[in-house]
Ligand binder design. Sequence first.
Ligand SMILES: C[S@@+](CC[C@H](N)C(=O)[O-])C[C@H]1O[C@@H](n2cnc3c(N)ncnc32)[C@H](O)[C@@H]1O
Ligand code: SF4
Length: 451
Amino acid sequence: MEHTETLRALGLFDARVPRYTSYPTAAAFSPDTGASFQRHALEQLDPSEPVSVYMHIPFCERLCWFCACHTQGTKTLGPVESYIEALEAELEMVRAIIPNGLKMGRLHWGGGTPTILPPELIHRLSESIRRVFPPAQEFEFSVEIDPTMVDRAKIEALASEGMNRASIGIQDFDPEVQKAIGRLQPFETTRACVEDLRSAGIASLNTDLVYGLPHQSLARIEDTIEKVLTFTPDRVALFGYAHVPWVSKRQKLIDEAALPDDLSRYHLATRAGELFVAAGLTAIGIDHFARPDDTLTASLEAGRLRRNFQGYTTDTCSTLIGLGASSISRFSEGYVQNAPATAAYQQRIATGVFPGARGYQLSPEDQLRARAIEELMCRFAVDLDDLSQEFGTDAQKLLPCLTEMATRFAPFARLTGKRIAIAPEGRPLTRMIASVFDQHVPEGVRYSRAS
Ligand SMILES: C[S@@+](CC[C@H](N)C(=O)[O-])C[C@H]1O[C@@H](n2cnc3c(N)ncnc32)[C@H](O)[C@@H]1O
Ligand code: SF4
């Protein structure tokens, strides 16, 4: 049987499974775990352990049709300014209860489009964050940048505030694909942004690409990748297009008849991966690539690679504090998501209520399963004896899952003793295989494709 037929027989092209940027996923969150859990978790933080901070800016000047992020369109700065005031009020609420001396090891601004902020708001927001969370000695500050919504002054403002990593959205350079996803982005504009970032001293550049977009073909993705490689990116994220119009209403503007079919998606992802590896990048997990001298590659090689809401990361902080509408915080006890709609978030802050609206408290068994899923997503292998070092004899509970994986996903999932490993040709099945550990697949929730 052809390789793709074997993958099809194993259900790859029919499966709808989470991307496992958390376990359980946000679909399992409930309103029972909200503001009071958030307050308590913040109060209990250990001041000797630096935290990661995520700041969400849910505004874009343009709204791309393909995008599934929490964001809204605005042509003026008015709504952005009042949102920044709410963020500052949230920061004040957090400052009042966290222990003294807590430091910030990582800061990430995501969106939406953080670079919608003009330089004066960039400085103001950065100062407000630093007042509450002084940076630790080793500090990384990364920002998501839309190359069509940034200029040199904004980049210099971000760099002067310590930005040392930038992530730029590209998706695809082909004009027909861009038209079909409602996102026009000339190559020259993107190149100018990259040059500005490099001349501002940004050492690390990530580019986001998406496969599975309408009208994408092998020739078009090859051309896009050739152009991307001229930027010598340090990292590349290659996401599979998640077509979820029941969640993201703007995706209804996408012509479904122009979407590549399952097999074409598979070939697009495979070809893109081959090109990045041929260009000297190392494959990281299921959808990232990094230069051999990048810290993500070093982290993979040292067995320290982690997976969080942004994808693969070198971040080992055990606490992530999410600020702003829809942001998710992760504490050792569980997750809590702020009210997703900007108006609801601002309303809560205005009345002095913590914005956590839904969440999930992790049981010891959830923590074990979360770690097992993360191991599989990062290293394509899980060894129960290794997990025993952290979770004791409880880790052995997962043996039936390993046996099920080896049976259902033969010949790609191989069990040796208490270790399951996914063969390189079986890696497209990783999310499906990981879902065997998942005890929270809720009824009626529709995820995006596994392939
Ligand atoms: C917040 S957005 C990008 C930042 C910036 N606003 C821009 O457009 O350049 C983060 C990334 O999520 C990815 N993304 C958004 N919607 C997606 C979808 N439906 N499927 C797969 N990836 C998606 C895109 O690669 C995008 O660059
Ligand atoms: S891709 Fe970026 S610019 Fe486009 S809608 Fe999404 S967040 Fe906004």
